[in-house]
Write a protein that binds this ligand. Structure first.
Ligand SMILES: [Zn+2]
Length: 203
């Protein structure tokens, strides 16, 4: 996958359709800046916008990722290359998100701890103690909510019994017992409970 190649391909197709960057942007509900970023090879359309973009430009996502129109014999080969590359990038993104989650998790607990200690030992009016603890608590809760969102979005869990791989529901993330990234959950496939490890890559 070559960002520059895909970028100039998007620009070329847009001009063939007689669309300005502004017109294409408004059709896709994105900013003009986003379109220009793609066309300059400084960014890549998100998976959620990929299909609407391909529709507007009249190409397949495989062709968009390849940066050119594909002949029948090239098509399958390129599709496989593109899938491998997308998976690789997705794995990198997931690893990055999980690192952020780790840092954010510890930071949230740290803020709460510091605010509680400050509120207990500083010689200040009662009202201010409550304010400090509340501020710490709000930061902590916001941090934890973000962590849970990442926990749900990045990677997947694997059932210890049937090896079924799945993404848990919000309810499962909130209510299941967990130690680090291993959670005790019911598998949606075989309905057995087990300790399940978070995985990033599908193998
Ligand atoms: Zn299972």
């Amino acid at each position: 996958m070559d960002l520059n190649k895909t970028g100039s391909f998007i620009a070329e197709l847009r001009k063939q359709k007689n669309l300005t960057q502004v017109q294409l942007a408004s059709k896709l509900n994105v900013s003009e800046k986003t379109i220009s970023k793609w066309e300059c090879g400084k960014g890549f359309p998100d998976t959620s916008i990929m299909l609407p973009l391909c529709n507007e430009l009249g190409v397949t996502s495989n062709e968009l990722l390849s940066g050119k129109k594909l002949k029948d014999d090239e098509y399958k080969l390129k599709a496989e290359e593109n899938i491998v590359e997308l998976t690789r990038q997705n794995n990198l993104k997931n690893r990055f998100l999980l690192t952020i989650e780790w840092i954010l998790g510890y930071f949230s607990v740290f803020i709460l701890l510091v605010s509680t200690i400050l509120a207990s030992y500083l010689n200040i009016a009662e009202g201010w103690r409550i304010v400090i603890v509340l501020v710490g608590l709000v930061h902590c809760i916001v941090g934890v909510v973000f962590c849970m969102k990442i926990e749900k979005d990045a990677g997947y869990y694997e059932c210890a019994h049937c090896k079924h791989k799945y993404i848990p529901t919000n309810k499962q993330i909130i209510w299941s017992m967990h130690m680090g990234r291993t959670r005790y959950m019911t598998c949606p496939h075989c309905h057995k409970k087990s300790w399940q490890k978070k995985k990033v890559e599908k193998d």
